[in-house]
Ligand binder design. Structure first.
Ligand SMILES: [Zn+2]
Length: 66
């Protein structure tokens, strides 16, 4: 059986499992569109620091190259 390992994240408020959803979100002056875990009840998106750092680095690199 090959089931891809997936992280299960739960909303701290609603105690329901977050679902992956393509979401627009803003961080500082950047806007990202990325699949992030979102609570289906309250709509809270969970952004890992890792993901944010990665995206910011990516964008800053593009910024400098222009
Ligand atoms: Zn929630």
């Amino acid at each position: 059986m090959t089931e891809s390992k997936k992280e299960r994240i739960f909303c701290g408020k609603c105690k329901v499992e977050l679902v992956l959803k393509k979401t627009d979100f803003q961080y500082m002056r950047f806007t990202f569109n990325h699949q992030v875990p979102v609570c289906p009840v309250c709509g809270q998106a969970y952004l890992s620091e890792e993901l944010v750092n990665e995206k910011v680095k990516e964008l800053e690199k593009n910024f400098e190259e222009k």
